[in-house]
Design a binder for this molecule. Structure first.
Ligand code: SAM
Length: 305
């Protein structure tokens, strides 16, 4: 083999035909909640890795790539985001990035699973960096779909940082046309939403379904993507907006807004990177320009594994 096999390995099923292997130094936590299994693994190359139902959520080494690209394009596209709703995001890292914008006066985070939040609060301080203690934050342990169906509050930006859609999984109802309709209802007039949307490379059909589903509700729909080393693939995001288009921000707009909003301590995202992540390959652009299946409550999009 050319290398010595260690004793403990974590295997992630990436697709029906490919696996990823990470050698584990220590298992820091392993348990089952009401909704999913949780593992927190200390690894050699990626620091701590949070795994839910066998799927890697984030690693302490490269989580900033994912979270900065999830949050900043949407928040910068809005002229003055004061109220932000975050659905999912149990580790607290998405919340950390939202709070970097000094325009934000209130951020409501709704995560289904109290235990994910508890494990993250205790064992992943590198990720939340105290975000849960910020005065602007209200943490609600609850189901995201139910929240948007019943809330009378309006938000400038809605961020959906949920687990991937899998059949009968806890987040299955967060990727359908009906759900995006509810999100539209809780947004203010100039509002926009962004969702993580799995890998446009490994799950292109599902990515394209999520894109078309968002486009069936919002007048402006955009995709962006970034390579996340620990996922070992390119990761995608879909923005649905009533008016503002994040892809139209130039590097100088991004630069000016980052300064105005006081956004500091970024590790990956910068004004030039903004343009890079919204630049899609020819084949992906062509794929997204074709009509795709719409995900509905009756037939929700789901990954094969
Ligand atoms: N970075 C991510 C990824 O790679 O998929 C997502 C991270 S975050 C840990 C996902 C969170 O979504 C989890 O904390 C989970 O409890 C939450 N979640 C799943 N389904 C949900 C639902 N229906 N409502 C609210 N939160 C949900």
């Amino acid at each position: 083999l050319g290398f010595k096999l260690g004793s403990k390995w974590f295997i992630e099923v990436q697709s029906p035909h490919s696996l990823q292997l990470y050698e584990v130094k220590r298992i820091l936590y392993s348990g089952r909640t009401k909704y999913q299994s949780i593992e927190l693994l200390e690894t050699y190359e990626y620091g701590k890795i949070l795994v839910l139902d066998g799927k890697i959520q984030s690693s302490t080494v490269d989580e900033h790539i994912y979270h900065e690209c999830l949050i900043h394009p949407a928040l910068l596209a809005h002229p003055k985001p004061e109220k932000v709703l975050l659905i999912g995001g149990g580790e607290g890292a998405a919340l950390r990035e939202i709070l970097k914008h000094k325009t934000v006066k209130r951020s409501v985070m709704v995560d289904l699973d109290e235990d994910v939040v508890k494990v993250s609060k205790e064992l992943l301080p590198e990720l939340h960096q105290g975000a849960f203690e910020d005065d602007r934050v209200e943490l609600i342990i609850g189901e995201g779909r139910k929240f948007v169906e019943t809330s009378s509050e309006r938000f400038d930006v809605v961020i959906i940082d949920a687990t991937d859609p899998v059949k009968r999984g806890p987040s299955a109802s967060l990727y359908t046309r009906e759900f995006y309709g509810n999100v539209d209802d809780v947004l203010t007039e100039e509002g926009l939403m962004v969702t993580q949307a799995t890998s446009p490379y490994h799950n292109r059909r599902q990515f394209s379904t999520i894109f078309s589903t968002v486009a069936s509700v919002f007048p402006v729909t955009r995709a962006h993507q970034v390579w996340v080393p620990v996922y070992n693939t390119v990761w995608g995001f879909v923005t649905g907006s009533k008016k503002h288009d994040p892809s139209s921000l130039s590097p100088s707009d991004v630069e000016r807004k980052l300064v105005e909003r006081g956004v500091r301590e970024l590790g990956f995202y910068n004004p030039r990177m903004h343009t890079v992540i919204f630049t899609l390959s020819k084949d992906l652009e062509e794929e997204l320009s074709k009509p795709a299946k719409i995900s509905t409550d009756a037939e929700p999009v789901a990954l094969p594994v």
